[in-house]
Design a protein around this ligand. Sequence first.
Ligand code: GH3
Ligand code: MG
Ligand code: MG
Ligand code: MG
Length: 324
Amino acid sequence: MRALTSLEIGVQAPERSAVADAGRGGKVLLVDDRPSSYERLGPMLATEHAVDVEPNPSEAVFNAAEGNYDLVIVSLDLNDFDGLRLCSQLRSLERTRHVPILAIAEAENNSRLLRGLEIGVNDYLLRPVDKNELLARARTQIRKRRYTDHLRDNVQNSIEMAITDALTGLHNRRYMETHLSTLADQAASRGKPLALMMLDIDYFKSINDNYGHDAGDDVLREFAMRVRKSIRGIDLACRYGGEEFVIVMPETDLHVAGMVAERLRRSVANEPFSVHKGEKRIEVTVSIGLSTLEQKGEPIADVMKRADTALYRAKNEGRNRAVA
Ligand code: GH3
Ligand code: MG
Ligand code: MG
Ligand code: MG
């Protein structure tokens, strides 16, 4: 990758308002291969933004994708490159799909501008470019972009929160229940096994009673961490409620699931849990019930029931064990 020409952000700011400020201080990529043009536009933009000038349009897509820009400004009247093609490339790549594009064109290039707007150019300016108009249009695009990014982040956070257990960071019961039947259907249709584990921390009530509820929470968090370390990426671990957890393991038969359960049981029993910011160490054990999908189309509730029954036996047989 070749070096970009970076221009410093200038100090002078003309009229100030909250709306305008929300579009200042952006990171702008100017794609322009004519020195007479970018030597004029670059410094104008640099009064409000950090500007990279890319005089080689064939590298612009790569740089736009890597550079995390708030705005890409494309000269449609490039010497050796089709500016419209560049715009459509920017629109088709995941990394640059949402980056606003401001096109700059000669007035007589009306048809190209229309094409540009059709393929997703957000706004345009005609030459000769007026500095205040350039800055105003750039600010507007950057402000919109920041606002939609902010909305997108909020939506993503809400989705995360809806499917995540806040204490442990594992999936919650709702998420698991909505995905469990899908996983079971997939396993059945592909003729693959599916294993399910129900885990319940032993005598957890007495941990709360003896060391306090906060210590109980510390144990739950640490337990979730050890669960995460013992499973694969395709396994689904959730906090089912209180001190109960469920792990679903696609493409796993009872034999392998038994080994995973045993490894997890040992990782809990062999290493005391630290609570109260490391001031206290507590011995913890877990009981585990295992089951597998037995036949095609079997209701997943039946698989859960068998795991629950196995867990009940694990408790009755003395806890700190995995039972199928
Ligand atoms: P067993 O070996 O039979 O499983 O005994 P147990 O004490 O673990 O079982 P029990 O179901 O009687 O107790 C579970 C306790 O978990 C009771 C409840 O107060 C506690 N608990 C549930 N959710 C939380 C939580 O989020 N944080 C803490 N600290 N405790 C919780
Ligand atoms: Mg319980
Ligand atoms: Mg119980
Ligand atoms: Mg328990």
